[in-house]
Design a protein around this ligand. Structure first.
Ligand code: NAP
Length: 279
């Protein structure tokens, strides 16, 4: 069987858990492929991608800070990735590099496993309007939810994102303070900001005093695995979900696009938890 080389490009990249997650999944399916982390200086992104094509690399992930810039250097961009404005997965078709964004779909897949009714019955609040929020809001708007609201520290960024998805679904915007006061009106609340991430683990994105019991509280952060915000939510009766399911979900979708095979997501998840030392 042909042994393909895959990888991830980022700067820095030494912290990435993608190589061990994908290599474990390749081995589990008896595939002879390998996944490598490539540290690519932003000044050399174009050269790096030309080199990857010349070397026959079969596909790669793209992480910070290259998710937007990479779009200038590949041959084709999928419709949803174009709408999100970022590419996190590149697939080679013959001699062409095609860009996708699996972040939003990976998140959506994980969320669908968590809810008991169709998502169209849920009022959703997304906190944040950065890259991850763009992916999630676009996928949610594409899928359809009862209502979609974005709250962000810089409210103009929330308004710009709401405008960008308005052809898919109307979207409300609010300040973080307004979101705190209105929290009881949402069924699903998603933190897409970096607030609470290691090492600033005491910080919370919004206060949960007005949250309803049974609210689905989802945090994209997976280091730590249970943020202070999720801990507080759990104490107040929320159903909590950390960023691990999205990380594994986006990786599994990329894996499927590259190999045509479905990896064992439970095993991938377990592997990442072990890498994080169970934190
Ligand atoms: P980004 O594009 O830099 O966006 C950061 C967002 O956080 C912005 O909305 C920003 O608000 C907000 N923010 C940052 N510091 C803040 C503070 N002190 N107070 C209030 N808001 C603050 O970053 P990103 O790529 O979207 O990533 C965001 C988080 O998602 C990170 O923790 C990342 O690790 C996580 N993530 C997880 C996955 C996964 O697979 N689980 C995937 C992607 C990202 P302003 O607009 O006002 O600056």
């Amino acid at each position: 069987m042909k042994a393909n080389l895959y990888g991830v490009i980022g700067y820095p990249i030494h912290h990435s858990m993608s190589p061990s997650m994908h290599n474990t999944a390749f081995r589990a399916l008896g595939l002879n492929h390998h996944y490598h982390a490539f540290e690519v200086n932003p000044n050399r992104l174009g050269e790096a991608i030309k080199g990857m094509k010349a070397l026959g690399i079969a596909g790669f992930n793209v992480t910070i800070p290259h998710k937007v810039e990479v779009m200038k250097h590949i041959d084709e961009i999928d419709e949803e990735a174009r709408m999100i404005g970022a590419v996190n997965t590149v697939v080679r078709h013959e001699d062409r590099f095609i860009g996708y964004n699996t972040d939003g779909q990976g998140y959506l897949r994980a969320l669908l496993n968590l809810v008991s009714s169709p998502l169209q019955q849920y009022d959703v609040l997304v906190i944040g309007a950065g890259g991850a929020a763009r992916a999630i809001v676009t996928s949610l708007a594409n899928h359809g939810v009862a209502s979609l609201t974005i709250a962000n520290r810089t409210v103009e960024k929330a308004q710009a994102l709401a405008y960008d998805v308005s052809t898919l679904q109307p979207c409300h915007t609010m300040t973080l303070t307004e979101a705190e006061a209105a929290l009881g009106s949402f069924h699903i609340v998603i933190n897409t900001t970096s607030v609470g991430m290691h090492p600033h683990t005491d910080a919370v994105p919004i206060n949960l005093a007005h949250m309803r019991e049974g609210t689905i509280l989802s945090d994209l952060i997976y280091n730590p695995l249970k943020t202070t915000w999720l801990q507080e939510g759990e104490q107040r009766g929320a159903v909590i979900d950390n960023g691990l399911s999205m990380f594994v979900g986006q990786g599994a979708l990329a894996f499927e696009k590259w190999t045509g095979q479905q990896p064992n997501q439970e095993r991938m998840s377990q592997h990442v938890i072990e890498q994080l030392g169970g934190r």
